[in-house]
Design a protein around this ligand. Sequence first.
Ligand code: ADP
Length: 171
Amino acid sequence: MTERLGVYPGTFDPVTKGHLDIIQRASHLLDRLIVGVAFNPGKGPLFTVEERVDMLRKDTAGLKLAHPMVIEIVPFDNLLMHFVEENNANVIIRGLRAVSDFEYEFQMAGMNAHLNDDVETVFLMASDRYQLIASRMVREIAKYGGDITQFVTPATNQRMIERFSTLEPAD
Ligand code: ADP
């Protein structure tokens, strides 16, 4: 049987329990998952791509998967569809939160289908405990010293505390 290989792209700045829940769920569908970490300098990330890859490696190492699935964490700086093709993947995994994600995700899936119709975008929903988590909000809470332990793993929480303790205080 051919290997079912998917790419889960994102910025992961930082990786949250919402992302980890999506990765766990993907194990129902795939044999191998490449988590593609976008450089995304345009988004002015808090962590470098190397730091984000490292945090994802640590956080995914502790995941209990429903089915055996190999997880690789790989940075990418090119067009998502080219990255998917280079890796011979045939599925793109995206997470869907509330309606707010829908329009953007719908458009992206449609454009990607035009670029390569053999690659299927599959949307997964996180469990309701993790549905509302967004990296942007997590960054905002941590920036002001709020408690983010419900939203990220202890290792990522520690990285966030360290990062904000070395940054200039916000205006
Ligand atoms: P991007 O810059 O691609 O939006 P993110 O790291 O914010 O990168 O998100 C990567 C993917 O994970 C997206 O498909 C996003 O919708 C999904 N995602 C993020 N947080 C959650 C969550 N709490 N529940 C479900 N999906 C999520």
